[in-house]
Design a protein. Structure first.
Length: 319
C-alpha cells in the first residue's frame, strides 16, 4: 500500500512555535503550538527533539502517510541554500546553526529553512491578500519586524540573503541599541519588544524580566492609549509613523505591486492604522503613477505555515 505524502511545516516565532502537517491538497492534519522559550530551553537539541516528538504523534494518528519534506520558517536571516541560520537577533540560540542539516540528519527527511516573512509573503501572494500580484512585500510586525519579498513570482533574498531586513534599517541615527548590535533600527521603535520596553519606561508595566514578555507588555501600551493616556498614544503614533516612512522608502527602492501588513502587533491596533497610512502616503514619491496599496493580511497567524505548505508542495512536485 502506497503511503500518502505529507508535509511538515514549522513556524518558529519569537513567542510561540507552531508545528503542522498538511497533505498535498492543503488540508491540515495535525497542529501543535508551544512556547518557543520552553522548546529552546535546551538549545537546538530541544527543538530537534520537539520536532521528532511531533512527527511521532503525527504518525500515530496517520500511519498510512509518509513525511516528504520539512519546511521551517525562522525569525532571522538564512543561507541561500536553506541549510543554515546566519543571524537571528530575536532568538540567539539559532545564530550560525545548521538547523536544516540537523533536522535532516535527525529525521531522515529533507529540511529547508526560510525567513518566516518570506513564507508569509508566499502565502499571501498565492492564497491571501496579494493574489494576482507578481511583486509583493509582506511586512510582519510582531515581537520584531521583518519583511518578505516576492519578485516576479519568486522569493527574493538578494545576493547575500539580506533583502527584506526592514526592521534593521536605521531610522534614528545613534538611536536605541538594537539586538542586532547597531543603533536606531526601526525594530527598536515599532515592534512588540519596542512597545513592551516603553510600557516599562512609562510605568504602565512593572520593571524586571520584561524582555521575555515584550509582546505581552506591548498590549498594555495600546490599552493605556485607549483609556486616554497621551504618553502611550505618543509612543504608538511615533512608532507607526516611522513604520510608514520605512514602507515608503521601500516602495521608492523596490516598487512592489502591493504591501501586506500582518503580525501580532497589527491585530487589535486598527484605530492606529491611519497613522501608518498617512505617514506612508506623505513619504512615498509623489510622482508615482500608482502608489502600492497597504492591505491587511488575509491569512493572519496562518500566513507562515500556509506559505510553507506552498513551498513544500513545490519542492515535492519538483522531485
Amino acid at each position: 500500500m502506497k503511503h500518502a505524502p505529507v508535509l511538515l511545516v514549522i513556524d518558529v516565532g519569537g513567542t510561540n512555535t507552531i508545528c503542522e502537517t498538511y497533505d498535498l491538497e492543503g488540508s491540515e492534519l495535525l497542529s501543535l503550538t508551544d512556547s518557543t522559550a520552553q522548546i529552546f530551553a535546551k538549545g537546538t537539541e530541544g527543538f530537534v527533539q520537539h520536532v521528532k516528538d511531533f512527527i511521532q504523534s503525527h504518525m500515530a494518528m496517520y500511519p498510512h502517510t509518509a513525511l516528504g519534506v520539512i519546511i521551517v520558517g525562522v525569525p532571522g536571516v538564512v543561507s541561500t541554500d536553506g541549510a543554515r541560520v546566519i543571524s537571528c537577533p530575536n532568538l540567539k540560540a539559532l545564530d550560525g546553526i545548521a538547523l536544516g542539516e540537523e533536522l535532516s540528519q535527525a529525521t531522515g527527511v529533507s529540511a529547508y529553512l526560510y525567513k518566516d516573512t518570506e513564507l508569509a509573503a508566499v502565502g499571501e501572494q498565492q492564497l491571501g491578500a496579494a493574489r494576482g500580484f507578481a511583486n509583493t512585500a509582506c511586512v510582519m510586525v510582531g515581537t520584531g519586524i521583518g519583511c518578505g519579498l516576492v519578485i516576479n513570482g519568486q522569493i527574493w533574498r538578494g545576493d547575500h540573503s539580506l533583502a527584506g531586513e526592514l526592521g534593521h534599517t536605521v531610522v534614528i541615527p545613534d538611536g536605541r541599541l538594537c539586538t542586532c548590535g547597531r543603533r536606531g533600527c526601526l525594530e527598536m521603535y515599532c515592534s512588540g519588544k519596542a512597545f513592551g520596553r516603553q510600557a516599562v519606561e512609562l510605568g504602565i508595566a512593572p520593571s524586571g524580566g520584561h524582555a521575555e514578555k515584550a509582546s505581552h507588555l506591548a498590549r498594555l501600551v495600546f490599552e493605556a492609549a485607549k483609556r486616554g493616556s497621551t504618553a502611550a498614544e505618543k509612543v504608538i503614533t511615533s512608532g507607526f509613523a516611522l513604520l510608514g516612512i520605512a514602507l515608503a522608502n521601500m516602495v521608492n527602492v523596490l516598487n512592489p505591486g502591493i504591501i501586506v501588513l500582518g503580525g501580532g502587533l497589527m491585530t487589535g491596533s486598527a484605530e492606529f492604522r491611519s497613522v501608518i497610512e498617512k505617514s506612508y502616503l506623505d513619504s512615498v514619491r509623489s510622482s508615482a503613477v500608482s502608489v502600492p496599496a497597504l492591505v491587511e493580511s488575509q491569512l493572519g497567524a496562518k500566513a507562515v505555515t500556509k506559505g510553507a505548505w506552498v513551498e513544500g508542495k513545490r519542492i515535492l512536485e519538483s522531485l
